[in-house]
Design a protein around this ligand. Structure first.
Ligand code: ADP
Length: 315
């Protein structure tokens, strides 16, 4: 659905996008995460055709964002991080205006926007003035507006910022529903845990490059593999230690009562074989798992890994 190839963008001497590559498949609810200043908004503006890249390609369902602006408009719905204030405009007039931008007029327009307002929980506000709505409602109105032409791809820039917990929850519910209806959705945030709850896939951008991409489980397991193995035994601690000390993949061992934390360099299969050896030695193992990192610590690990690999001159 979305294909970004080798995207570069600089503001003066500041290289904001530095060879960004990203693919989002149809039906994904994709979380685009990165620290402030990582290049998320710049990428989104290029995808939506609002900004020109220095080089590289962006294809939305086969349409080139930079060259085919008109065709792009029908394919993509965009919810920016800041939206303007509309004085003296009612919700109905606001929606009518955007419908007319896509050639949808009269009764057809009203039917279309009433369906959308219902979907975002604003049908009762249709005769209210836009500037009298709460921030959460304005955000949902903006989402309804972005859906007016029934685009295949919906792009939201930091949709949760400035929203209270209830509004965030409502927004998450609406996005999940839209995905179930077949929309492909990309949303950005600088907080990974915010995206992890609803997204099917995550991409981490750091200094204008993708530092990691995959399903949430995939990303978790990739980082967890460098975390210690936590083994809990009901007894036989000394016997367990002797067995562990002779194991080729065991790097470090620390013991707290019957919990043993092991620096283990092997892969999943090696973990399974170690567990088998413990069981064969009749050690009563009651717990055996990799320590799980918190989402934010994972985010930092990816960014740091990226910096280390660049510092070392690696690709
Ligand atoms: P993010 O959305 O990840 O916070 P942005 O894409 O907004 O990051 O910004 C990336 C970097 O580009 C930041 O350092 C920002 O200050 C800079 N930047 C963004 N827009 C402009 C602009 N119009 N002129 C100069 N610098 C800009």
């Amino acid at each position: 659905m979305l294909e970004i190839r080798n995207l570069y963008k600089a503001y003066g001497k500041l290289q904001v996008l530095d060879g960004l590559n990203l693919t989002i498949h149809e039906g994904e609810l994709f979380g685009f995460v990165g620290s402030n200043g990582a290049g998320k908004t710049t990428t989104i503006k290029i995808i939506t055709g609002l900004l020109q890249a220095d080089s590289g390609d962006v294809l939305v369902d086969g349409v080139k964002a930079a060259q085919q602006r008109e065709a792009l408009k029908s394919k993509i719905g965009y919810v920016p991080d800041f939206f303007g204030v509309y004085d003296n405009l009612k919700v109905s007039e606001y929606m009518e205006f955007f419908a007319s931008c896509y050639g949808i007029e009269g009764l057809r327009a009203r039917q279309r926007y009433m369906t959308l307002l219902e979907q975002v929980g604003l049908e009762e506000k249709v005769n209210f003035y836009v500037d009298g709505l709460s921030r959460g409602m304005k955000q949902r109105l903006c989402l309804a507006r972005a859906l007016i032409q029934d685009p295949q791809l919906l792009v939201l820039d930091e949709p949760a910022s400035g929203l209270d917990p209830r509004s965030r929850l409502e927004m998450k519910g609406i996005l999940k529903e839209l995905r179930e209806q077949g929309k492909t959705i990309m949303l950005s945030s600088h907080i990974l845990s915010e995206l992890a709850e609803i997204c099917t896939d995550i991409g981490i951008i750091d200094q204008g490059k993708m530092a990691a991409k995959g399903s949430i489980e995939d990303i978790l397991s990739r980082v967890n593999a460098s975390n210690p193995l936590l083994i809990t035994v009901l007894g036989e601690v000394e016997k367990t230690m002797t067995l562990l000390r002779s194991h080729p993949y065991v790097q470090t061992i620390s013991v707290k009562g019957k919990e043993i934390s092991v620096g283990f360099s092997g892969e999943k299969r090696d973990e399974a074989m170690l567990l088998q050896r413990l069981v064969d030695a009749e050690i009563p193992v009651s717990g055996f798992m990799r320590e799980r990192g918190s989402l934010e610590s994972i985010f930092m690990q990816f960014i740091q890994q990226d910096k280390t690999s660049r510092g070392g001159g690696a690709a």
